[in-house]
Design a protein around this ligand. Structure first.
Ligand code: HEM
Length: 444
C-alpha cells in the first residue's frame, strides 16, 4: 500500500538565484522532446550549443522536474563511475512530472518496476551478479555459431523478399529479438507478443508504437500511465508462468537463473524477478535492432563507406559495429541523483539534484572524436559512451557487439548491391529509439 507520507515525488531543492543560461534556456525543451530524437540535425545542433556554451547546464524544461544536463564525454564518465555518489534509485530516467506524481500517488515510490537500472548497491550488485556470467565475453563467444545460424536465416529471408524490403521492420527488428529470446528460453511463437510489449514500453511516446496509438500531446497522462501498467501486467502474466515452469523444469537458459535466483540465501522477490525478465527481454533487442538498422542506413547514405564495408566485410565489421553504436546511440540517456554536493565544470551540484547523462552528445564530443559528425566504418580508436560506464555499464554489450558483427559479415558478404528505396523514418522517443523504417532495394 502507498505510504501517504511518500505520496509525492521529492521536491527538487533549488539553489536561490539559480537560473538557466541562455544556451540552456533555448535548448532544454529540445533535449527532452521525443520528436527531436527523430530529427538528428536538430538534436545535434542542441547538443553542439550546450557542449560549447554550457556543458553542465541547469535545465528546467516544461513538464519535467529540473536536472543538470551533462553533455561532455568526460563528465558523463566522471558521474557514471561514482556509483555511491551518483545513484540510480530515485530517478533513473526522464519521466513527465505528472506521470511521476501518478506513480507516487499509487505506489508511494518512484518506480513501477525494480530493474537493475533502478537499483543501487548492494542490491544492484547482488542481482546483477546472478546473470552476469551469462553475458561475459567468453560465454557470449560460445554462442557464436548459434547466433550466426540465426543471422544467416535473416539474410536468407531478405533474399526471399525478392529485392525490396523495409530493412528495419523485416530484418533488424527480428534478428536480435530471436537471439535474446533463445537466451531467455522464450519460444519463437511468442516473439511477436514480446516485440509488441517491448515496443509499447520503449515506443510509448511514438504515435505508431504506443499501446493506445495517437500523438503524445493528445494523450492524457493518466491514460498513458494506465496503458504502461497494462503492458507490464501482460509481461507479468507471461513471466509468472515461465517462473513456475523453470522452477519445476530447470533448463540451460537465463529464465531458469532468474526463476531460481537467490540473494543472501533467500529467493528473489516476485517484483525483482519480473523486472529482471523484462529488462533482459526489452533492453536485449530494441537497442541492438536500432543500432543494426541505423548502421546500415548510415552506410547507405554514404556510398564510400558502404563500398569499404562491401569490399572487406570480415575486416571491417568489428569497427563498423562500434561506429554504428556511436552513430545511432540507441539509449538516449540515463539519470543519476547526487548524494552529496559536488563541484564540476566550476558549478556546484547539490545533494538531491539529478543529472541527465546525454549519451548522444558524449558520442559527438569534438574533444574526443575526430570529425564526430562523419560516419566512418573504420573508425579506430572509438571511445563510445553508448553502453554507459561504471557499475551499471550495459550487461549485454558483448552480446550486442557479437550479434551486429555477425549480421554485418553475413549481409555484406552476400548482398551484391543495396541502396535506399525511399525516405527512412525515425521513432519519437527520448529514452530508447532509432529508425522506424528503412526502405531498401538490393540484389543478391
Ligand atoms: C544497461 C545500452 C544492448 C541489457 C545499459 C545502459 C546503457 C545500455 C546505456 C546503462 C548503462 C549505465 O547506466 O551506465 C545498450 C546499447 C545496446 C544494449 C546501446 C545495444 C547496442 C543490450 C543487450 C542486453 C542489454 C543485448 C541483453 C542482456 C542491459 C541490462 C542493463 C543495461 C540488463 C542494466 C545493467 C545495470 O544496471 O547493471 N545498456 N544496451 N543491453 N543493458 Fe544494455
Amino acid at each position: 500500500m502507498a505510504d501517504t507520507a511518500l505520496a509525492t515525488p521529492p521536491e527538487t531543492k533549488m539553489e536561490p538565484g539559480r537560473a538557466m543560461s541562455a544556451a540552456a534556456a533555448a535548448t532544454c525543451n529540445q533535449i527532452v522532446d521525443p520528436a527531436v530524437y527523430a530529427n538528428q540535425p536538430v538534436l545535434d545542433a542542441a547538443f553542439i550549443r550546450l557542449r560549447a556554451e554550457d556543458p553542465l547546464a541547469w535545465c528546467e524544461p516544461e513538464g519535467f522536474r529540473p536536472f543538470w544536463a551533462v553533455t561532455k564525454h568526460a563528465d558523463i564518465m566522471e558521474v557514471s563511475r561514482q556509483n555511491k555518489l551518483f545513484t540510480n534509485g530515485e530517478r533513473e530516467m526522464l519521466s513527465y512530472e505528472e506521470v511521476e506524481k501518478g506513480v507516487y500517488a499509487q505506489f508511494g515510490q518512484p518506480h513501477l518496476l525494480k530493474t537493475l537500472v533502478q537499483l543501487d548497491d548492494p542490491m544492484h550488485f547482488k542481482l546483477r551478479h546472478l546473470t552476469q556470467e551469462w553475458f561475459m565475453p567468453q560465454n557470449v563467444k560460445q554462442r557464436e555459431a548459434g547466433v550466426r545460424a540465426i543471422a544467416k536465416q535473416f539474410v536468407d529471408r531478405m533474399e526471399d523478399l525478392g529485392g525490396e524490403c523495409d530493412f528495419q521492420n523485416d530484418i533488424a527488428l527480428h534478428y536480435p529479438l530471436r537471439v535474446i529470446m533463445q537466451i531467455l528460453g522464450v519460444p519463437e511463437s511468442d516473439e511477436p507478443m514480446m516485440l509488441k510489449l517491448t515496443q509499447e514500453i520503449f515506443g510509448a511516446q511514438d504515435e505508431d508504437l504506443s499501446r493506445n496509438k495517437g500523438a503524445l500531446e493528445d494523450r492524457d497522462v493518466g491514460e498513458g500511465l494506465a496503458s504502461i501498467q497494462q503492458t507490464l501486467a501482460e509481461f507479468f502474466m507471461y513471466f509468472t508462468a515461465i517462473t513456475a515452469d523453470r522452477r519445476a523444469n530447470p533448463r540451460d537458459d537465463v529464465s531458469t537463473v532468474i526463476a531460481n535466483g537467490t540473494v543472501d540465501g533467500e529467493p528473489i522477490g516476485q517484483l525483482e524477478a519480473m523486472s529482471y525478465y523484462i529488462i533482459v527481454a526489452a533492453a536485449g533487442h530494441d537497442t541492438t535492432s536500432a543500432s543494426t538498422g541505423g548502421g546500415v542506413l548510415a552506410m547507405l547514405q554514404d556510398p564510400a563507406q558502404l563500398k569499404k564495408m562491401m569490399d572487406d566485410p570480415k575486416g571491417m565489421a568489428r569497427t563498423a559495429v562500434d561506429e554504428a553504436i556511436r552513430w545511432t546511440t540507441p539509449v538516449k540517456h540515463f539519470m543519476r541523483t547526487a548524494q552529496a554536493d559536488y563541484e564540476m565544470r566550476g558549478k556546484s551540484v547539490k545533494a538531491g539534484e539529478s543529472l541527465l547523462l546525454c549519451y548522444p552528445s558524449g558520442n559527438r564530443d569534438e574533444e574526443i572524436f575526430e570529425d564526430p559528425f562523419k560516419f566512418r566504418v573504420d573508425r579506430s580508436p572509438n571511445k563510445i559512451i553508448s553502453f554507459g560506464y561504471g557499475g551499471h555499464m550495459c550487461l549485454g554489450m558483448h552480446l550486442a557487439r557479437l550479434e551486429m558483427q555477425i549480421i554485418y559479415e553475413e549481409l555484406f558478404s552476400r548482398v551484391k548491391s543495396i541502396e535506399l528505396n525511399g525516405d527512412p523514418t525515425f521513432i519519437k522517443a527520448n529514452f530508447v529509439g532509432g529508425p522506424k523504417s528503412i526502405p531498401v532495394r538490393y540484389k543478391f
